[in-house]
Ligand binder design. Structure first.
Ligand code: AMP
Length: 396
């Protein structure tokens, strides 16, 4: 069965058509600048990327263009929409309602709408994509796969904030965690690669991209993760501050005469390694700036790595030990210096990195030495494949 995986943002829409039998990506791409002017980037298999400027005032038009591209005589991969067996939608926030993926129907859509408050920038956009697909492919089963679902196994001691309990009761203010699809995919894959039973392992997954989070996985379940009610908590990220003393908000408000919206914008978009360095949110830029003597860029990298290390250390304590540490996402997969710096600080645990393996890119690999007491792995994440697998499991 072919599964269309859709990740719909407010002005962009990423898609992949995956053959679930072979798990091959038949075609993929992105619609950008929806509602502005519109551009579709389409790639058949491993072929050349085709970029076409095409007006797409609405998400429905964007999805129609995706379907047209998939059925195009020359570069398409299917002849009719009957060849799309199901659609898997990435949905950012499932609140406490959704602890696993679910087949979409009107009641589920209502449930997702009720979580809009918790992710006002993301869930409404995800829903627009769901409605557009429903209109254009009315008979095709659709599944929602939530970023938060994997973390619904966290115990209360991990997810409760030290706030008056009524805020949890009344508004469901608690820690939810994100990147769940990635943490789940990577931890499963690591157990497979190590040939150890997933259900009886202690693992720490470091998803380090522009957005970054760490997850403690015990016996196949998320027991703690660094993001919270929103993705702002935890690590220092590309442009997000991560953990700060909440009193800083009042302090800046008074010093700069700013309102809460402006400060949240600063914490989400102007902070992190970008804010510290003043150079860039992209770690490649930071590394080259640091190599050219930019001290703030070097400091930003050091601060980022230190926070990663602290979270790993705290999760080792929470898990009372660790069997494997996994690195994934843009930076986790591509930055050997980050991995070795972090792991060198964990040498007391008997962790030893194999220099040669640590320099390999783009494949699942164990980068610790055979004697290392804790295994360290790099597993390129594949959220789309994980969404396709979840979708297939529910519709077949
Ligand atoms: P993601 O959000 O997973 O797409 O990751 C994007 C981030 O990964 C970028 O902002 C870069 O900072 C980082 N990244 C990607 N490739 C490299 C690389 N070769 N070296 C260092 N950082 C990288």
């Amino acid at each position: 069965m072919n599964i269309l995986v859709v990740n719909c943002g407010s002005s962009s829409l990423k898609f992949q058509l995956i053959d679930s039998n072979t798990e091959e990506v038949l075609a993929k791409g992105i619609c950008e600048r929806i509602g502005i002017d519109g551009r579709i980037v389409y790639q058949k298999g491993e072929g050349e990327k085709e970029v076409t400027d095409s007006p797409m005032p609405t998400h429905k038009q964007a999805i129609q263009l995706v379907l047209n591209a998939l059925m195009n005589e020359k570069s398409g991969v299917i002849k009719s929409l009957d060849e799309v067996g199901a659609v898997g939608h990435r949905v950012v926030h499932g609140g406490e309602k959704f602890a696993s993926s679910i087949i979409l129907n009107n009641e589920v859509i209502k449930g997702i709408e009720e979580c809009n408050d918790l992710a006002p920038l993301h869930n409404p956009a995800n829903l627009i994509g769901i409605h557009a697909c429903k209109e254009l492919m009315p008979g095709t089963p659709m599944v929602a796969v939530f970023d938060t679902a994997f973390h619904q196994t966290m115990p209360e001691k991990s997810y409760m904030y030290g706030l008056p309990y009524k805020y949890y009761d009344e508004y469901k203010i608690r820690r939810y965690g994100f990147h769940g699809t990635s943490h789940s995919y990577v931890s499963k894959k690591a157990a497979e690669l190590l040939n150890q039973p997933y259900e009886s392992m202690k693992m720490i997954v470091c998803h380090l991209g522009n957005g970054a989070s760490i997850c403690a996985v015990e016996n196949g379940k998320s027991v703690d993760t660094s993001m919270g009610l929103t993705p702002l908590e935890g690590l220092v990220m590309g442009t997000r501050s991560g953990d700060i003393d909440p009193a800083i908000i009042e302090f800046i408000a008074q010093k700069e005469g700013l309102d809460i919206t402006s400060i949240m914008n600063i914490l989400n978009k102007e902070s992190g390694v970008y804010g510290i360095s003043g150079v860039s949110s992209d770690f490649r830029d930071l590394e080259s700036a640091a190599a050219n003597g930019d001290e703030r860029a070097a400091r930003a990298l050091e601060i980022f790595r230190y926070r990663v290390l602290k979270y790993i250390g705290s999760y080792i304590a929470a898990l009372n030990g660790v069997d494997a540490i996994c690195f994934t996402a843009g930076l986790g997969e591509n930055d050997p210096v980050l991995r070795s710096t972090v792991c060198n600080n964990l040498a007391y645990l008997g962790i030893e990195i194999d220099k040669e393996a640590n320099s390999v890119r783009g494949k699942d690999i164990v980068i610790s030495t055979p004697d290392s007491k804790v295994k360290v792995l790099v597993i390129p994440t594949n959220e789309e494949l994980a969404i396709a697998r979840e979708t297939l499991a529910l519709v077949k």
